[in-house]
Design a protein around this ligand. Sequence first.
Ligand code: NCD
Length: 337
Amino acid sequence: MTVNDPSSTSLQLTDDGQLRHFLTLDGLNRALLTEILDTADSFIEVGERSIKKVPLLRGRTVVNLFFESSTRTRSTFELAAKRLSADVLNLDISTSATSKGESLSDTLLNLEAMASDMFVVRHSQSGAPHFIAESVTPGVAIINAGDGRHAHPTQAMLDMLTIRQHKGRFEGLKVAIVGDVLHSRVARSQIRALNELGAAEVRVIAPATLLPRDVESLGCSIEYDMVRGMKNLDVVIMLRLQKERMEGALLPSEREFYRLYGLSREKLALADAECIVMHPGPINRGVEIESAVADGPQSVILNQVTNGIAIRMAVMSMAMGGQMAERTRRQAGRARV
Ligand code: NCD
């Protein structure tokens, strides 16, 4: 499986273009991305009610299968599934049979035997959710919650929802993504989403050692100097230094990195006065972002977290809808023969 694998399009869409899995933003057009944003918008109001529930996934079982650590993504997927009225199972991999040597395929067969309807998967291997979607029983939806360095499509979509809320549009926007692009599945999905939705410019700002070799082909401009790169920006997205994925020394020191690529008040002042500051979290204060900026008036970092619930509700309900439509078609096909 490669990053722009065309087979992922047919894998994640039904014959009539509905979502049935959500694995990557590759192959999803502007109309579908906009439908996800509009559906999420309609769910925001549910989170503001005193009884925060709609019955769309009532009676369905959603399994959160996180093979890598997570705070925001896992808990917002859980809340999203609960607000859709699903039964939710959170499998703690560190205490599951995976730690006794059970293979991914065997774990999945056992979970399928419990009549699960949806797996939300985070895995350190790029392509793991695709692999599962290819082999899972028809009718079970797979949602990618981050695979290796490849993709984190729900994160990118909650970021798009946040940008749309604050800027009202994508056309004409200049967006920078700063820092450890090399290890970031988030950046890859964001670049894809921003281009599809019509942003004027996606600029990555990073030292050469933290850029992927194929960066040019991702659809962004490159800037090594942050002071130059901050000019005329509408949105700046900061990334965490993913030290757990780094092999060898890619940086002189954290202090030097902060001096050159950290978002301080001074550097933010170079951007448009209305520029918003984003970060997928977890943030490392003083490493890639100054506390006063993370907590400052231009920061929308906590709005991103809130929007994560609505986006995940949208994607889960749309994928389940696609699976159900397909099941109805299969049954109708069988009835005809
Ligand atoms: C990111 C991830 O896991 O890819 N976090 C997230 O899901 N909000 C980014 C990171 O870990 O730095």
